[in-house]
Design a binder for this molecule. Structure first.
Ligand SMILES: Nc1ncnc2c1ncn2[C@@H]1O[C@H](COP(=O)(O)OP(=O)(O)OP(=O)(O)O)[C@@H](O)[C@H]1O
Ligand code: SF4
Ligand SMILES: [Mg+2]
Length: 352
């Protein structure tokens, strides 16, 4: 019989050549209900409204946007923890949105999530050994002794002492708990990890350690990451490409360096403007645009380009046209006569 480690380290059988993950026109709406006994739907939260992107194997896509823009919902839809309202999610070419039962369970081995809050995401009554071994138990992998060996190996991989298996989460610091969460996510040797703000709750110095660990693990294990964050500065170094989300839609997506040096969308420009530049002379002279006001309600999103109420380049036409994102070309297109390109004129320079 093969050991748990051999079983998990088997190479992929099929030779699939496309992107590891392909998301197309993903929509997720949550009903708002009223009434105690006879519940009526009185509205919809438009959490994700037509998100599309590709994610290649070994790549990191940073998904950035203000609170409530639909980042977590996108991640949870990919994992089928939320069933999408519509749209397609292909993982290694296989449609996930129609999978059920055992087939879905089997696909879940390849996709894991690391949560924002390392305090809340670990069961305080379980030992570290039980927490990290849990995915192996759920998927009936290995004997008890083999699982113990795998847990020790995983703790070592994430930089924790393998002797810690009998300790409880409260005995660890925030950074160490996030390492435990990472060990659990790695237990089944996944291909894709959705990192949902994995460093937001940590001190800045610890953030860097966890980001470095994620990068190191990616190189060693060939992992693919969807890295969710509030802030463009957090994802800058870890991401190959960055997608900027606003009110359930992707506003702009580009290779990391391009997006930071030459933002094409006013929202990206404004998010970059909010990041201070360490050099005081550059900081003083740069063009700046501060985002004012709150994000509009996703229950009743603005017409046309959803960003128009806060956009410094908005024109009357922006409220009428439908801003659309072409995921394949990576360009911004706008419907309507004379459309095809984003209507703002002139380059957006000096954001950083
Ligand atoms: N289970 C749910 N039921 C109803 N509405 C939900 C549910 N989950 C999320 N929402 C709503 O969907 C919208 C998007 O939420 P989501 O958690 O995806 O945003 P986010 O970008 O991850 O925000 P944050 O940065 O604060 O984590 C929000 O308006 C939120 O209130
Ligand atoms: S379409 Fe109009 S409102 Fe929307 S980002 Fe472009 S310029 Fe601004
Ligand atoms: Mg979230």
């Amino acid at each position: 019989m093969s050991t748990v480690l051999e079983e998990l380290n088997q190479p992929a059988v099929a030779s699939y050549a496309g992107p590891l993950l392909r998301v197309r026109d993903l929509v997720k709406r949550f009903p708002i209900t009223s009434g105690v006994i006879l519940q009526r739907t009185v509205g919809m939260v438009h959490a994700v409204e037509g998100v599309s992107f590709d994610l290649d194997e070994g790549e990191t896509l940073g998904l950035v946007g203000e609170s409530g823009c639909g980042k977590t919902t996108t991640g949870r839809c990919i994992l089928q923890l939320y069933r999408p309202t519509s749209g397609s999610i292909l993982f290694e070419g296989k449609e996930l949105t129609t999978l059920r039962g055992r087939e879905l369970q089997a696909m879940r081995r390849d996709m894991q999530i690391v949560f924002q809050d390392p305090y809340a995401s670990l069961n305080p009554r379980m030992t570290v050994g039980t927490i990290v071994a849990e995915p192996l138990v759920i998927h009936h992998i290995g004997t008890r002794a083999e699982r113990k060996e795998r847990v020790r190996e995983l703790l070592d991989v994430v930089g924790l002492n393998p002797q810690f298996t009998n300790r409880y989460p409260h005995e660890f610091s925030g950074g160490q708990r996030q390492r435990i969460g990472l060990a659990r996510a790695l237990a089944l040797n996944p291909k894709l990890i959705i990192c949902d703000e994995p460093v937001s709750a940590l001190d800045v110095s610890i953030q860097a350690q966890i980001l470095n660990l994620l990068e190191q693990l990616q190189q060693e294990l060939g992992l693919t990451y969807l890295f969710i964050a509030h802030n463009l500065s957090v994802v800058k170094h870890i991401s190959d490409r960055v997608a900027v989300m606003y009110l359930g839609k992707i506003m702009e997506s580009a290779p990391s360096a391009e997006l930071y040096d030459n933002p094409a969308h006013p929202y990206t420009f404004m998010l970059l403007s909010a990041i201070p530049i360490p050099d005081p002379s550059v900081e003083r002279s740069r063009a700046r645009r501060v985002i004012e006001g709150d994000v509009p309600s996703p229950v009743n999103p603005p017409s046309g380009c959803v960003f128009h109420p806060r956009c410094f380049r908005a024109k009357e036409i922006c409220a009428l046209r439908v801003g659309d994102f072409d995921p394949v070309a990576g360009t911004l297109a706008v419907e309507g006569k004379g459309g095809g390109r984003h209507p703002h004129e002139g380059p957006l320079v000096g954001a950083r």
